[in-house]
Design a protein around this ligand. Sequence first.
Ligand SMILES: Nc1ncnc2c1ncn2[C@@H]1O[C@H](COP(=O)(O)OP(=O)(O)O)[C@@H](O)[C@H]1O
Ligand SMILES: [Mg+2]
Length: 268
Amino acid sequence: MILAVSSQKGGVGKTSVTINLAYSLAKRGWRVLVADTDTQGSIGLSLSKRAKECRGLYDSLRTGEPFSKLVLSTRLPGLKILTTGRCDFDLEESLDEEETKTQLGSLIRSTSNFDCDVVIIDTPAGVGPVTRTVIANSDRVLVVEQAEPLGLRSLPLMMETLTRLRQRGSQFGLVGVVLNMVNQDREESIHAARDLRSIAPQGSVLRTIIPRDDSFLQASGKGIPLGMLMKNPPQAALVFDQLAAEIEPTLNLSNQTDEQRQHSELLD
Ligand SMILES: Nc1ncnc2c1ncn2[C@@H]1O[C@H](COP(=O)(O)OP(=O)(O)O)[C@@H](O)[C@H]1O
Ligand SMILES: [Mg+2]
């Protein structure tokens, strides 16, 4: 199962959602691979200084080396990371070309052969060639929107992009739209969240909303998911457990499969 995390607008929390959702899913017993396709390398930057220097997805694209050799393990069993690696000027430029997009698409698809339950792919800001290629080769898409008036402009554009990609034959499903940085104390934020629900395709906005919380800044500064920030994780960390539980069925991650998987591991 390949899940792309995307948005039309930058800075809305894609990388934060990717890392924290992956952490919650891994804690809930799923084997998760996070892959970073942002040429700015945000997962690498955010997760560890060591990861920043590691080879990753774009090295695999450039050299043809199997990506599976470049995957990093983390302190949490079940959570693995493929950083962005080095995307040099020539490669970045060629990402507009059909041949490179086809190669990137095959690389994305090939992650489904990796030994894990779900691959979560962080994408760059906007819906440029990389994001479109990732979405077109994913099974599901999770859209992140910021609960603010500008979101009202970007959500329809994102939905239009998804419709166009489907019209061209891509077969991904929409997991939903997750509202981030919701400030329950501000009327503007509550109104924006309500208005986003009204313009989004019916039922597509997820029940779980992510609050605006300073702990995100602290966590990204330290390069860790919120759940690892302190002994008692901040309230915002628990929201990702809720988000994971809400979307597991759409990702075909059911408890039955979980039990079956544990049994098969016991028998080995
Ligand atoms: N719910 C939130 N509350 C407060 N700050 C947040 C929240 N989500 C993300 N941020 C902060 O906003 C900034 C942009 O988030 P990021 O995840 O990098 O967005 P994107 O990947 O869409 O560019 C980061 O500094 C991050 O720590
Ligand atoms: Mg990002």
